[in-house]
Design a protein around this ligand. Structure first.
Ligand code: NDP
Ligand code: HSE
Length: 441
């Protein structure tokens, strides 16, 4: 059996290099070694760990010393390495290492959403040239199979919408704040200790990680190359205990959502909207019950209807499960010949600006408690064609506040309204603005 650059026979093991041995890499190596016999049977040939690349040789890895190296480049280049698993994270050096592997005809399995969100095109083209596999199931939603369903199971359908909770760290923090009133910083430290957070957790709490995943999901769903820069992004660092208490009083919780959808512009042309932000979600919505480091992705397709994928979205072992699934697929392809699907970008749909996106706002205003305030606030909404759904006044005197929930309006009209409200003399402060998702009114 031949692949681009070598011939396999049943006697020849498939050689694997693992780049990175942190939260995920440690579990990948464990599974590779502990389940070698099963993997052999599932692939048809032995799958053998050739080496592990790390930064620090002084840490005890529980591996023979000759398997551990700091020279990732040399490991990738070894003749007996057929598949490279990249679980280092970040852009450099993974980008160069993956390109070197692909250019040499070696297949690559990666969990690196930050890299994929900006460089899938370059990596996919290299894979295409050398007829190698580039698999990345672990890059979105940890253990949950969602990349393969979008790329393969739904390849004959038309996906209209993907909405999900795709960051475990922020969901862990928001759930704890909601359920027990836990403290934001303590929960972030705990998420880091449990191996959920990125090396720099700013990527989690400011929504960069979820935006990278949204870019990957939108690319797959809409056959269009979407990068992180195309994704509108807000994180959870400004979400307060007060926001969660208000949400609760309204029968909602707060979730960091990734939303990818087909939308129609005023001329009737199709575009896509890709965005990440914390939003109010009604308690009866399926996503409201997704707690802790769990993730869920809801896919709406023309013929399949609504599908929901749910499971552990972060952590070493769950993520390693997804990596191992890809590794088995890549190994089988090496052994039997053939390759997995490449990138599909034929649709080339334009990205809709955030300002055009219809959304609903809950605006929390600290106001002076005097006659005329309510009508003054309402006038700002009305003058921008934003219809109000409900208004609730809480407190009195110095503690008076108005909670204004709108109907659907464009995000630009809502942004302008909030900016105008903040200029009014009777508006002491705009305490917070949160979007409401999952309702169409
Ligand atoms: P960690 O920070 O725990 O581990 C990174 C590993 O890479 C460490 O072993 C580190 O070495 C090694 N490393 C760093 N720089 C180099 C280098 N220049 N050369 C060789 N090795 C290097 O990361 P995670 O395991 O948490 O994440 C890995 C990847 O998986 C990231 O892309 C992440 O986004 C992704 N991912 C993570 C998930 C999770 O829940 N943690 C879930 C889904 C995806 P050393 O040990 O010596 O420091
Ligand atoms: N930091 C990521 C998260 C890891 O919390 O979801 C999984 O991609």
């Amino acid at each position: 059996m031949t692949t681009a650059n070598r011939t396999f026979d049943v006697e020849r093991p498939i050689g694997v290099a693992v780049l990175g041995m942190g939260n995920v890499g440690t579990e990948v190596v464990r599974i590779l070694r502990d389940h070698a016999d099963d993997l052999h049977s599932r692939v048809g040939a032995p799958v053998v760990l050739r080496g592990v690349a790390v930064r620090n040789l002084d840490k005890d890895r529980g591996l023979p010393a000759d398997l551990v190296t700091t020279d990732a480049e040399a490991l990738v280049a070894r003749e007996d390495v057929d598949i490279v698993v990249e679980v280092i994270g970040g852009i450099d050096p993974p980008r160069a290492l993956i390109l070197a592997a692909l250019n040499a005809g070696k297949s690559v399995v990666t969990a690196n959403k930050a890299l994929l969100a900006d460089y899938t095109g370059e990596l996919a083209e290299a894979a295409e040239r050398s007829r190698a596999d580039l698999y990345f199931e672990a890059a979105v939603a940890g253990a949950i199979p969602v990349v393969r369903p979008l790329m393969q199971s739904l390849a004959g359908d038309r996906v209209d919408r993907v909405i999900g909770i795709v960051n475990g760290t922020t969901n862990f923090i928001l759930s704890a704040m909601d359920e027990t009133g836990a403290n934001y910083s303590e929960m972030l430290a705990e998420a880091t200790r449990l191996g959920y957070a990125e090396a720099d957790p700013t990527a989690d709490v400011e929504g960069f990680d979820a935006a990278a995943k949204a870019a990957i999901l939108a690319s797959l769903a809409f056959h269009t190359r979407v990068t992180a820069a195309d994704v509108y992004r807000e994180g959870i660092s400004k979400v307060t205990a007060d926001d969660l208490a208000i949400a609760s009083a309204l029968g909602c919780t707060v979730k960091l959502l990734a939303l990818c959808e087909r939308v129609t512009d005023p001329e009737g042309k199709e575009r896509i909207s890709v965005r990440v932000y914390p939003a109010l979600v009604q308690r009866e919505h399926p996503l409201a019950t997704v707690n802790g480091a769990f993730n869920a992705v809801v896919v709406e397709a023309a013929n399949a209807g609504r599908l929901m994928f749910y499971g552990q979205g972060a952590g070493g072992a769950p993520t390693a499960s997804a990596v191992m699934g890809d590794l088995v697929m890549a190994s089988r392809n090496k052994f039997y010949g053939g390759r997995g699907p490449g990138e599909s970008t034929y649709a080339k749909l334009p990205i809709a600006p955030m300002g055009d996106t219809p959304t609903r706002y809950l605006v929390n205003l600290h106001v002076a408690d005097r006659p005329g305030v309510l009508s003054g606030v309402a006038a700002e909404f009305a003058s921008r064609d934003v219809s109000i759904s409900t208004v609730r006044q809480e407190g009195a005197g110095d503690g008076a506040r108005l909670l204004v929930l709108t109907h659907l309006a464009t995000d630009s009209a809502l942004t302008e309204t909030v900016a105008a409200l903040s200029e009014l003399d009777f508006v002491i402060a705009v305490n917070s603005v949160l979007r409401l998702e999952g309702t169409e009114e």
